[in-house]
Design a protein around this ligand. Structure first.
Ligand code: SAH
Length: 311
């Protein structure tokens, strides 16, 4: 298969993540291995890379792509939320760098056949991990109209949430909503004509919200960020790329929470549970892709990158 996914902010990831070519690194969202391939090139032959993903098909593609690096790369089907357990299983305590590239891959959008895209007619699944969890189809056909509305607002700030939830509730009385295109058309017609966005598909936010809900994306990020500092060596880096403001805010606040005792030693003498800070932000503002990258890779346009350092 030709892998269409263009990794985002590769130069920046390499620059901030890799502090020594002899270290141990983690790519917590290997996808089809775009970033991992570049990381491997920089740390071979001495460094090691541990890759996680929950999408079996993506893992298969990444394994093939990273096979030239042999034993120096381990690819494990595990959620990054359980990175601590995965590391324990391979006998590693702390690492030199952890990288997360959140969101959805081009492979998942374009070729997985799981209904991630409003441009394709596919079964409404949207699970990244097909071994477990509830599908988007189950979600849209079973939860109450009020919960649907809340979810569209909470996970995508969809201002037409009420209209869309009502249209879904009406439609499913006739029979289950089963395909991505069926849902996309329904959402489009639910938004009053003159308010329909022109620059993006009217169903963009609905699809984002459902995907976040199905995969518990925000909970996962929160849980992971609690654990991450303890898995970093002193001077080790945490690099996270987010694709919407909710994710970015979580990352920003988690880093700030960790370093709080550092920044405001007088005003906030103790952090809540009395532990010393384990991580500090490397830069105040999030990094954004270059204009040149945004011109050639549309997926990069919404990307923001934050970096923290273990202390
Ligand atoms: N950097 C990759 C693309 C990553 S896209 C590349 O260059 O190819 C995001 C990936 O995160 C997807 O493959 C998705 O399956 C994965 N993912 C989503 N939630 C995850 C989780 N909780 N744990 C591990 N991987 C996850």
């Amino acid at each position: 298969m030709i892998i269409s996914h263009q990794p985002v902010m590769v130069d920046e990831v390499i620059r901030y993540l890799i502090t020594t070519a002899e270290g141990i690194y983690v790519d917590g969202t290997v996808g089809t291995g775009g970033h991992s391939l570049e990381i491997c090139k920089r740390i071979a032959p001495k460094g090691e890379l541990i890759c996680l993903d929950i999408d079996k098909a993506s893992i298969g593609l990444a394994k093939e792509r990273l096979s030239p690096f042999g034993q120096k790369v381990k690819i494990i089907k595990e959620s990054y939320v359980d990175l601590d357990k995965a590391l324990k299983r391979v006998g590693i305590d702390k690492v030199n760098g952890i990288f997360l590239d959140l969101g959805v891959s081009s492979y998942q959008l374009e070729s997985s056949g799981r209904g991630f895209s409003f441009l394709r007619d596919e079964p409404l699944d949207m699970r990244m991990d097909q071994d477990t969890g509830v599908t988007a189809r189950e979600l849209v056909n079973t939860i109450s109209m009020e919960r649907l509305q809340g979810l569209l607002w909470d996970y995508a700030q969809e201002r037409w949430a009420k209209f869309i939830a009502r249209a879904i509730a009406q439609e499913r009385q006739k029979g289950p909503i089963a395909s991505s295109l069926q849902l996309a058309r329904l959402v489009e017609t639910a938004i009053p004509g003159k308010h329909r966005p022109r620059k993006r598909h009217p169903a963009t936010k609905t699809f984002q919200a459902l995907r976040i809900a199905v995969n518990r994306e925000l909970d996962n990020i929160g849980d992971f960020l609690e654990k991450a500092p303890r898995l970093l060596l002193k001077g080790g880096r945490l690099v996270v790329i987010s694709y919407h403001s909710l994710e970015d805010r979580l990352v920003k606040h988690a880093i700030r929470h960790q370093e709080k005792a550092n920044i405001y030693p007088r005003r906030l003498p103790v952090i809540p549970d009395n532990r010393p800070p384990l991580m500090k932000a490397l830069m105040k503002k999030a990094l954004r892709p270059s204009q040149a990258e945004m011109n050639i890779n549309p997926r990069s346009r919404s990307a923001t990158m934050r970096v923290a350092e273990g202390i």
